[in-house]
Design a protein around this ligand. Structure first.
Ligand code: LHQ
Length: 264
């Protein structure tokens, strides 16, 4: 399907989504949000896709909500319901990334601000270019961190640093983002696409079903006690044990050959 502000590329089992609203640093317009939702829903159920890359065109990764859309109503004195706006848009988008039953790699090519940071946090891996930067810009316009940032950021970098970034809105560079664990890897800008694709390609050859279950377990056990988590692990391991990937993994080990995982 052709989109207006999103480019979808397929290379074997790897799908790459490129946000394409570069004049606005890929701000999340209603169009881009709807297109991301549509594309991610399709990728989630496409068994041939075994890893996803999310990146941006131009010099931005994603500048968060499209503030241009607020201009007309605000100048007319209207105050749109931002809660409804979130429920209809970003609150549908974020779980499509966190719950994607295959790995999602954010290739952060430039600035990520506001909900753009949340988008990166909802991915499983954050590979950042040296040109990237990060700002929890919400506070600068009198808003609170949304799109999952209040959960995903402290879970990623701890609550003290999260509060510091959220309360100041300060913009940090890639080196600082790496130091505090906000991103997993920083690479030269011209190597970002190839590094992210090569990571995604490697992930796409691994046991996809077990990785989807691992993601689910990490989400579910975050709020569980140990005994509850042990039980959830037991049920999930029963599921993993029934996959073709598991059988192939064990047989390949015993036969001293590299495994070829079918991804199911
Ligand atoms: C933009 C944007 C943008 C539109 C750059 N929108 N045009 C919010 C509201 C409602 C409901 C619920 O949720 C939310 C959640 C949020 O995400 S709140 C946070 C929204 N984002 C921001 O506040 C970030 C605003 N942008 C910036 O602070 C800067 O642009 C950053 C720090 C991202 C980049 O700075 P620079 O590298 O200096 O670029 P720039 O400011 O010159 O931007 C380039 C162009 O992109 C410029 O347009 P122009 O026509 O002048 O070339 C900006 O107006 C446009 N742009 N962000 N979010």
């Amino acid at each position: 399907m052709a989109y207006e502000q999103l480019i979808v590329d397929r290379d074997g089992p790897v799908a790459t989504l490129r946000m394409n609203n570069p004049d606005r640093l890929n701000a999340l317009s209603r169009t881009l949000t709807a297109e991301l939702i549509d594309a991610l829903e399709g990728l989630a159920s496409d068994a041939d896709v075994r890893a996803v890359v999310l990146t941006g065109e131009g010099r931005g990764f994603c500048a968060g909500a499209d503030l241009g859309a607020l201009e007309a109503p605000y100048r007319r004195g209207e105050r749109p319901d931002l809660g409804g706006f979130l429920r209809d848009g970003y609150n549908r988008l974020i779980p499509l990334l966190t719950d994607m039953p295959k790995p999602v790699v954010a290739a952060i090519n430039g600035v990520a601000a506001g909900a753009g940071v949340s988008l990166a946090l909802a991915c499983d891996f954050r590979v950042a270019s040296e040109a990237s930067s990060f700002s929890l810009a919400f506070v600068k316009i009198g808003l609170i961190p949304d799109s999952g940032a209040t959960v995903l950021l402290p879970r990623t970098i701890g609550s003290a640093r999260s509060l510091q970034l959220a309360l100041t809105g300060d913009r940090i560079d890639a080196a600082e983002a790496l130091r505090i664990g906000l991103v997993t890897m920083v690479v030269p800008s011209d190597a970002l696409a190839s590094e992210a694709t090569s990571l995604a390609t490697r992930l796409a050859a691994l046991p996809t079903a077990a990785m989807g279950m691992t993601k689910r377990l990490f989400r579910e056990t975050a709020t569980m006690d140990l005994r509850g988590a042990l039980e959830r692990e037991a049920s999930a391991q029963a599921e993993a044990g029934a996959t073709e990937d598991h059988l192939e993994g064990v047989l390949a080990f015993l036969e001293k050959r590299p495994p070829t995982f079918p991804g199911r």
